[in-house]
Design a protein around this ligand. Structure first.
Ligand code: SF4
Ligand code: SF4
Length: 240
């Protein structure tokens, strides 16, 4: 019948209108229907009654674990009294190479003897150009760059505030465990497995398996320096 769809739609709207007021009354003595985390959780679930509008920015929806916004750099948890922990990034440059819009810039550190240091001295990401694809995080062989959940990055000063430097990008591994617990746990298990496999292989070959992390990461970069991107990517994948 002509117009039946309109009538049904209006009926749904009217039902939501009435249910919103009933829900208001229900939550009246429990902190209110709005600006209340408990009420918001119910409103966004299948048990929600009435309109489901979220009053952003006062109310915010939690994002799923695999949500991704601009990347951040992983560091060790800082020691007491320290601001930063050890950088996981080895400055290998793979993320910068695979980044489709080319919005990553890295300056590798230098050791006192002039040789390259497997740590970034500077690291920049232009978040206005970043398209949040996550390829940098996917390709990083050291789990050193991850996609953040912090999406509130708007500012009036595009020229300076939107180019994130190393200090702005660095966050401790405990932050990653907090926002993506399942993924962080799976990655830690994969790293442990890879380390144990290497130790077993080295002890089988008659070598001591306890080599310091810096030397290990340097060794993993050697194929990249010699043979280029594909070799390092495969080297990282095969060791994981
Ligand atoms: S791929 Fe990972 S380790 Fe290499 S430069 Fe990027 S963040 Fe650093
Ligand atoms: S998320 Fe994609 S676009 Fe953004 S820095 Fe990483 S690779 Fe580049």
């Amino acid at each position: 019948m002509y117009g039946l769809g309109i009538v049904k739609g209006m009926a749904i709207t009217f039902r939501n209108f009435v249910e919103s007021y009933l829900d208001d009354i229900f939550w009246m003595g429990k902190g209110g229907r709005y600006y209340n985390d408990a009420a918001l959780q119910v409103r966004q679930s299948l048990k929600g009654e009435g309109v489901v509008t979220v009053f952003y920015p006062e109310e915010k929806l939690s994002v799923p674990e695999r949500f991704r916004f601009v990347p951040f750099l992983v560091t060790d948890d800082p020691a007491p009294g320290q601001k930063w922990g050890h950088d996981w990034c080895t400055s290998c440059g793979i993320c910068a190479k695979v980044c489709p819009p080319q919005c990553i810039w890295i300056k590798r550190g230098t050791q006192p003897n002039g040789r390259p240091k497997p740590e970034p001295e500077e690291f920049f990401i232009d978040i206005d150009i970043c398209m949040n694809c996550g390829l940098c995080a996917e390709f990083c062989p050291f789990d050193a760059i991850k996609m953040d959940h912090d999406y509130e990055l708007a500012s009036y000063d595009r020229t300076t505030a939107h180019i994130h430097d190393k200090e702005r990008l660095s966050k401790p591994i405990s932050y990653w465990r907090e926002i993506a617990p399942k993924k962080a746990e799976a990655e830690a298990a994969a790293r442990d497995f890879a380390e144990n496999s290497k130790k077993k292989k080295k002890s089988k070959d008659g070598e001591d398996g306890d080599e310091p992390r810096l030397e290990e990461t340097t060794v993993r970069q050697l194929p990249y320096r010699c043979d280029g991107l594909i070799t390092l990517t495969w080297s990282g994948a095969s060791s994981a």
